[in-house]
Design a protein around this ligand. Structure first.
Ligand code: PLP
Length: 441
C-alpha cells in the first residue's frame, strides 16, 4: 500500500525507474516515448550526461547556501547567461523553484514596483481566459481556466480576464487574422478604462498558451498592440513563458517570435529540464532600480531561492542548448513534426486544428470539423486519448476544456529537442493508434 498522495486516487501509476534519451522506462521494463516532456519539461531528454555531471559536481561542492546570507557561483553565472540572451531591458533574475512561484513573484513585484514609485492605487491585475499561470492561490486567480478555478473561487483574489487570442475558436467569419488580433487586444484597453487607468498594475499572458488551449500562439500584431496599450496606461506587461519559453517554441525566449519585450518574464520547466526543480522571474532594470532606490527590499522570498544545485542544473541546461544549437533544432524538428501531423491527421474527421511553434504542438479534437463543434464533455475524450496513448507507449498531454474550461479537447505535444526523424514517425504512429482507440466512442 502506497503512502504517496497521488494525483488521482482511482488509478495506480506505474513506477518510473529509469530515463534513457527521449524514453521513460517503468518497473516492468516498458518504454514510453516522452512526447510531452511530462508537461513541456524534459527538453534535453532524460539522460543528458553534461547536466547530470553538473548536478553531481555542484552537490559535492556546495549543496545549499541560503540567499538571505550568501549568493552562489552557479546562480550568478546562470543569471549572467540568461540576461545576455534576454530580450529588451530585462536585467535581473529572481530564481525560484517552479512556475507557480515565478508567476506569484511577478504579481507581487508588479504591485511593489508601483508602490515604490508612489502609485499605491495601482492594484488591478488583468489576465486572459483560458490561460494557466499555476496552482498557488495568486497564480490560480490570474489563470483563466474555469475547471481549475471553480472549487477555489471563494479564495481567489479579484483578477480581471479578457478574451484569449485563439484564432481557431474565436475569429469571426470574414474577419482577417490581423483584425481579429487587434480586436481581442483592444479588450485590454476597454478593461483598463473600465477599471480606471491609474488603478491597473499589470497584464499577464502566455505568448503561446500551453496546457489550457493546446499550443496556441497569438496572431500577427496582437502582442505589439498589447505592448502599446500597456505603455499608454503605465501598465506592466508580464509574460508567462513557464511552458513556452526556454527554446520550446524555437527561441530561447518565446516572445522573440512576437517581437515584443516584457517588463517581467517568467520561466521554469525547460530551464531545469527536469534535472532540478527551478523557475525564474526576470525583470527590467527600471523595475529593479525602483525597488533598489526605494525600500531596497522586495518583500518576498522562499527558502530555496537561487538554490545552488538547481541553478547549476539550469546553467548546464542553457549551456547545452546554446552550445549544441538545440534551439534551432527545436524550430526545425518542430516544422517536421507539424508536417508529419498534418500529413497524418490533416484530414482526420475529428482533428479540427493542428498548431503551435517549434516543438510545442497542439491538435484540437472536435466532434465535427465543419462546424468545429466540440465533443460532449461526458465522453471524456482527452482522458481517453491520454490512456490509450500511454498504453501504446506514448506520453502526451491531452486536456479537456479547450473552449471554455469545460467543453473542448486537445492534445499537447512537447517532445525533447533531441528527438530524431524516426521518432517523429513513432509519435505520429502511436498517436494514430491512440486516437483510433479513444475516438471509437
Ligand atoms: N505557467 C504556465 C504557463 C504553466 O504552463 C505552468 C505549469 O504548467 C505554470 C505556470 C505553473 O508551473 P508549476 O507547475 O511549475 O508551478
Amino acid at each position: 500500500m502506497s503512502h504517496v498522495f497521488p494525483r488521482h486516487s482511482k488509478s495506480t501509476p506505474p513506477v518510473a525507474v529509469a530515463g534513457d534519451g527521449c524514453y521513460l522506462i517503468d518497473a516492468n521494463g516498458k518504454r514510453y516515448f516522452d512526447g510531452s516532456g511530462g508537461a513541456a519539461v524534459s527538453c534535453l531528454g532524460h539522460s543528458d550526461a553534461a547536466v547530470i555531471r553538473a548536478v553531481q559536481d555542484q552537490v559535492a561542492q556546495l549543496a545549499f547556501a541560503h540567499t538571505g546570507f550568501m549568493t552562489s557561483e552557479p546562480a550568478e553565472a546562470l543569471a549572467d547567461v540568461l540576461i545576455s540572451q534576454a530580450p529588451g531591458a530585462l536585467d535581473r533574475v529572481y530564481f525560484v523553484s517552479g512556475g507557480s512561484e515565478a508567476t506569484e513573484a511577478a504579481i507581487k513585484l508588479a504591485r511593489q514596483y508601483h508602490l515604490e514609485r508612489g502609485e499605491p492605487q495601482r492594484r488591478h491585475l488583468i489576465a486572459r481566459w483560458q490561460s494557466y499561470h499555476g496552482n498557488t492561490l495568486g497564480a490560480l486567480a490570474a489563470g483563466g481556466n474555469a475547471w481549475r478555478r471553480r472549487q477555489f473561487d471563494p479564495l481567489l483574489i479579484g483578477v480581471s480576464h479578457i478574451a484569449p487570442c485563439y484564432e481557431y475558436g474565436d475569429r469571426a467569419e470574414g474577419e482577417s487574422s490581423f483584425d481579429y488580433g487587434q480586436r481581442v487586444a483592444n479588450e485590454l484597453e476597454t478593461e483598463i478604462l473600465r477599471l480606471g487607468p491609474d488603478t491597473v498594475m499589470a497584464f499577464m499572458a502566455e505568448p503561446v498558451v500551453g496546457a489550457t488551449l493546446g499550443a496556441v500562439p497569438a496572431v500577427e500584431g496582437y502582442f505589439k498592440r498589447i505592448r502599446e496599450i500597456c505603455d499608454q496606461y503605465g501598465v506592466l506587461l508580464i509574460l508567462d513563458e513557464v511552458m513556452c519559453g526556454m527554446g520550446r517554441t524555437g527561441h530561447l525566449f518565446a516572445c522573440e517570435a512576437d517581437g515584443v519585450e516584457p517588463d517581467i518574464l517568467c520561466i521554469a520547466k525547460g530551464l531545469g529540464a527536469g534535472y532540478q526543480p527551478i523557475g525564474a522571474m526576470l525583470c527590467t532594470a527600471a523595475i529593479y532600480d525602483a525597488i533598489a532606490a526605494g525600500s531596497g527590499f522586495f518583500q518576498h522570498g522562499h527558502t530555496y531561492l537561487g538554490h545552488p544545485v538547481a541553478t547549476a542544473a539550469g546553467l548546464a541546461v542553457v549551456t547545452q542548448m546554446l552550445e549544441r544549437d538545440l534551439i534551432a533544432r527545436s524550430a526545425q524538428m518542430g516544422e517536421r513534426l507539424q508536417a508529419a501531423l498534418v500529413d497524418r491527421f490533416g484530414q482526420h474527421p475529428h482533428v479540427g486544428d493542428i498548431r503551435g511553434r517549434g516543438l510545442f504542438r497542439g491538435l484540437e479534437l472536435v466532434q465535427d470539423r465543419e462546424s468545429k463543434a466540440p465533443f460532449d464533455p461526458a465522453h471524456a475524450v482527452a482522458a481517453r486519448v491520454k490512456k490509450a496513448a500511454f498504453e501504446a507507449g506514448l506520453i502526451c498531454y491531452p486536456m479537456a476544456g479547450t473552449r471554455d474550461g469545460r467543453s473542448g479537447d486537445h492534445v499537447l505535444l512537447a517532445p525533447p529537442f533531441i528527438m530524431t526523424d524516426d521518432q517523429i514517425d513513432e509519435v505520429t504512429d502511436k498517436l494514430a493508434v491512440a486516437l483510433e482507440h479513444a475516438l471509437t466512442v
